[in-house]
Design a binder for this molecule. Structure first.
Ligand code: PMP
Length: 351
């Protein structure tokens, strides 16, 4: 408590990001980063963007990036909103679409930034429990609400909904915005971007942090019908007109257009995930069938809190959530084949 803090500052419980340690070299599997470097074309474009033009403000609409997103995702540029990472795009979407008075619904096991934003923006919210297999059940969302948000695939469960199930949710709630956070969709879920023409209440948020290996750049976008994009623009231009800088626009544009590179690296991650999951199952772990670049693994006998500490002591960082329903699971991001083989070897000694 501090007498200079506003009441909201005093009340807020900030999100705690996974650690980014500098003390030693870890096999770092705690924040769902991509083990592969960004597209070489993106890096070239960013080098080229370091020039005298930096004295000028960037394009406020990040037009080149929006054009590239529109081209690659097969939508009109008027259906694209660009932002400085999807945390920011999500925050703006919360402001643009949700009001106090009716609860915002999200899964009980989900991205822990949603409750933080709900509180920051003074929204009521209700957590809808995922089922015993950690899956979202669309029918559980059939209740009055002010909006819905969930990741697909969900994090940290790694489970994905199919398009028909998401359509059930969209159809049940024609008068509120349904925000689908596709941060991990490139690793094996079906995107609902093709549905935006049919649903005027659908907003899809996507980031380049995971699929394009650009967590350090901060680039993301939302896709929706133009009337929803306009709402996001209104909020952005009431907060910060220049969210993406010139270097980020150049890098994100080139990364977006290098479709072959993105596909190849995401597929490599998916192949590694299959092999690693099998090794963990052989060691007695159980986990949902992952559609993301991480797995959520539980061992029948070895408690997750101990495994987390023992892995850390051996130079492997994974994510452990000391939270109801999650406190016996480890969220392990998928790294390179070599890293995952090493982690599986260590786990074999630990269990
Ligand atoms: N959504 C989900 C579900 C996430 O796990 C993350 C990563 N922590 C984000 C959004 C935010 O990603 P970024 O801000 O890097 O785009």
């Amino acid at each position: 408590m501090n007498r200079f803090w506003s009441s909201i500052t005093q009340k807020i419980e900030p999100y705690v990001p996974g650690e980014q340690p500098r003390d030693m070299q870890y096999i770092k599997l705690n924040t769902n980063e991509n083990p592969y470097s960004p597209s070489p074309r993106a890096m070239e474009a960013m080098h080229a963007a370091i020039n005298a033009e930096l004295r000028r403000y960037p394009a406020p609409g990040a037009d080149d990036f929006r054009q590239a997103v529109a081209q690659v995702r097969g939508v009109d540029p008027a259906c694209v909103f660009a932002g400085n990472g999807s945390d920011e795009v999500l925050a703006m979407a919360f402001m643009a679409f949700f009001d106090p008075g009716a609860p915002l619904l999200y899964p009980d096991l989900s991205y822990s930034f949603y409750p933080v934003y709900a509180k920051l923006f003074g929204l009521e919210s209700a957590r809808i429990a995922v089922d015993g297999d950690l899956r979202i059940r669309p029918e559980d969302y059939a209740r009055p609400c002010g909006g819905i948000v969930f990741p697909n695939p969900n994090a940290p469960t790694s489970c994905a909904l199919g398009t028909a199930q998401i359509e059930d949710i969209l159809r049940a709630h024609p008068d509120v915005v349904v925000l689908v956070d596709e941060a991990y969709a490139a690793f094996g879920a079906r995107s609902v971007v093709p549905l935006i023409g049919a649903y005027d209440n659908l907003v899809v948020v996507t980031t380049l942090s995971k699929s394009h290996g650009l967590a350090g750049l901060r680039a993301a976008y939302a896709i929706a019908q133009p009337h929803l994009i306009e709402a996001l623009e209104r909020i952005k231009n009431s907060f910060n007109s220049y969210t993406m800088d010139r270097i980020a626009i150049a890098g994100a544009t080139a990364a977006m257009l290098d479709v072959a590179y993105t596909q190849e690296t995401c597929q490599k991650v998916m192949r590694t995930r299959a092999a690693f999951s099998q090794r963990l199952r052989d060691l007695g772990f159980t986990m949902p069938d992952s559609r993301a670049n991480f797995v959520l693994a539980t061992h029948g006998e070895a408690p997750a809190s101990r495994l987390f500490a023992d892995l850390r002591a051996r130079g492997v960082l994974v994510r452990y959530f000391d939270a109801p329903r999650l406190d016996n699971a480890l969220r392990i991001s998928i790294g390179t084949d070599g890293e995952m083989a090493r982690v599986a070897d260590i786990l074999a000694q630990l269990v």
